[in-house]
Design a protein around this ligand. Structure first.
Ligand code: 2AM
Length: 490
């Protein structure tokens, strides 16, 4: 039991507004961990239903009125909003503030945009209220038994919420999957990147599956065995585990359920936002971008059906050693995953610079290690890398990942070449490899690009043999003038 309770025993440690499924489960989780929780919901009948149902025989205090709800809380008051993201959060903040005192804390655990959390932190800071925007991941079950929690905002709130947050979060090797992420909207930003990475991880697994199914002609049972085996090694993760299990589910006629599921996916959510933010910040987040676009392409089912009848493949049949190719696909999946996380970390690093946050990079890997959809053994390796060197410029330059990529590279190339020859689309495997080859290239063809720009628009270029910042223009055709356009960063 928390020491906070000792002073005002009857009062609640924390109040939660919003009793939809995530709110209810978080409240029950807090109650299990010995915290006294007060709850409120706009539709007050839900408070009663909750108390008579899942919260029966607990210490949870139900409130029908926001003022009484606030009065039932110990000081400093901790109010967590688990309501619909957007204007509803602002509306509740507005209703709560008159009842709160300086030093009280409002936490938003919804799926808010990080810009909103930025704004709320600043607006509430002016009123003396400490705001925390926290990513909550892990769905219903995570919320109930241990989510990944990514809190950011006003750091002054951290010590007061830390005992509750760290005890309700998922635990891995005795460590909570929750730490302070950074200032302002950093918590919700990191949650957004988490979701983008989730898009990437899922697409990577889908490509491995398609290579085995369509490229190598393997049966569902054979593929299931492969995923089961992969889950015992470096790829050990929640998403590989559920893929393994999905491939065991059969229809009454004995066929695999997965073979009957329509092959189109939506992409409305945070994957798209992560990609848009990467374009905004100029970071080559190619793998997540491809994962979002792969969903867009999947959605064009009717067009694909038409095209499948008219566009040729000119592809070969697989004729090599299957077991060897399966290992190559595993290497491609692992190496591409490393690239995806490295890109995600590049994005977070740039965001920290742009938005003025000090991000806790090792802590982020720790927060994602358990409780959430992308949880995996691999995140422990990322965490170790940042522990070895907190200033690590890029995850790819850490010795563990250099070794891992070196080992996987031959198989990775082989799998991508094979996919191309067989006509199996593997956009994330191959774009990850293209990124890798670009990132390790001392020289890229942007020299030609700059020459083209100078040719058609007199945009000037810099020279290898002159200091940076000195610009040159060439009269390429002899017809144009010698006047350069003002340089622009296109
Ligand atoms: P409700 O049960 O009264 O609908 C998730 O939808 C949570 O957000 C629920 O607790 C829901 O309350 C709340 N919510 C959604 N829209 C709301 C609104 N316009 N005003 C207040 N609460 C809202």
């Amino acid at each position: 039991m928390s020491t906070m309770v000792q002073n005002e025993k009857a009062k609640a440690d924390i109040g939660v507004v919003g009793l939809a499924v995530m709110g209810q489960n978080l409240v029950l989780n807090m109650n299990d961990k010995g915290f006294k929780v007060a709850v409120y919901n706009r539709t007050t009948s839900k408070v009663d239903e909750f108390l008579e149902g899942p919260a029966k025989d607990t210490n949870i205090i139900g409130c029908h009125d926001l003022k009484k709800f606030v009065e039932s809380l110990q000081i400093p008051r901790r109010v967590m909003l688990m309501v619909k993201a957007g204007p509803v959060v602002d509306a509740f903040i507005e209703q709560l503030v008159p009842y709160l005192d300086k030093g009280d804390i409002i936490i938003d655990g919804g799926n808010s945009l990080f810009n909103d959390s930025d704004r709320r932190t600043h607006e509430l800071h002016k009123k003396g209220i400490l705001f925390v925007g926290s990513g909550v991941s892990g769905g219903e079950e995570g919320a109930r038994f241990g989510p990944s929690l990514m809190p950011g905002g006003n750091h002054a709130a951290w010590s007061a919420i830390k005992p509750i947050f760290q005890s309700i979060a998922a635990q891995v090797d005795g460590e909570a999957c929750c730490d302070w992420v950074g200032n302002d909207g950093a918590g919700h930003y990191v949650k957004m990147v988490h979701n983008g990475i989730e898009y990437g991880d899922m697409q990577l697994i889908c490509e491995a599956y398609q290579m085995m199914r369509e490229g190598l002609g393997m049966s569902g049972d054979e593929i299931q065995q492969v995923f089961a085996e992969w889950n015992e090694g470096v790829l050990d993760s929640y998403l590989i585990e559920i893929t393994r299990d999905i491939l065991t589910v059969k229809e009454p006629d004995g066929s695999l359920l997965i073979d009957h599921i329509l092959d189109t996916a939506g992409q409305k959510g945070t994957g798209k936002w992560t990609g848009m933010n990467a374009l905004e910040l100029g970071i080559p987040l190619t793998l997540i971008g491809e994962a979002v676009f792969a969903r867009c392409l999947s959605a064009l089912k009717d067009e694909r059906v038409t095209a499948s009848n008219v566009l040729p493949a000119f592809a070969g049949e697989f004729s090599g050693d299957k077991a060897e190719m399966v290992n190559a696909i595993r290497d491609a999946l692992y190496a591409s995953k490393i690239i995806s996380y490295a890109q995600g970390y590049m994005l977070m690093r740039e965001a920290a610079k742009t938005y003025g946050w000090e991000l806790n990079y090792g802590g982020i890997a720790l927060m994602w290690r358990g409780g959430c959809i992308i949880r995996s053994r691999f995140l422990g390796n990322i965490r170790d890398a940042f522990e070895r060197n907190p200033q690590l410029e890029n995850m790819l330059l850490d010795s563990f990942f250099i070794d891992a990529i070196t080992e996987a590279l031959p198989g990775w190339r082989k799998a991508v070449v094979c996919a191309i020859n067989l006509g199996v689309p593997t956009p994330t495997f191959s774009s990850a490899l293209a990124f890798y080859d670009g990132y390790r290239s001392e020289r890229l063809p942007a020299n030609l690009l700059q020459a083209q720009r100078d040719y058609f628009g007199a945009h000037t270029y810099e020279r290898l043999d002159k200091p940076r910042g000195e610009y040159f223009h060439t009269n390429w055709t002899g017809r144009g003038g010698n006047v350069s356009a003002s340089t622009y960063d296109a």
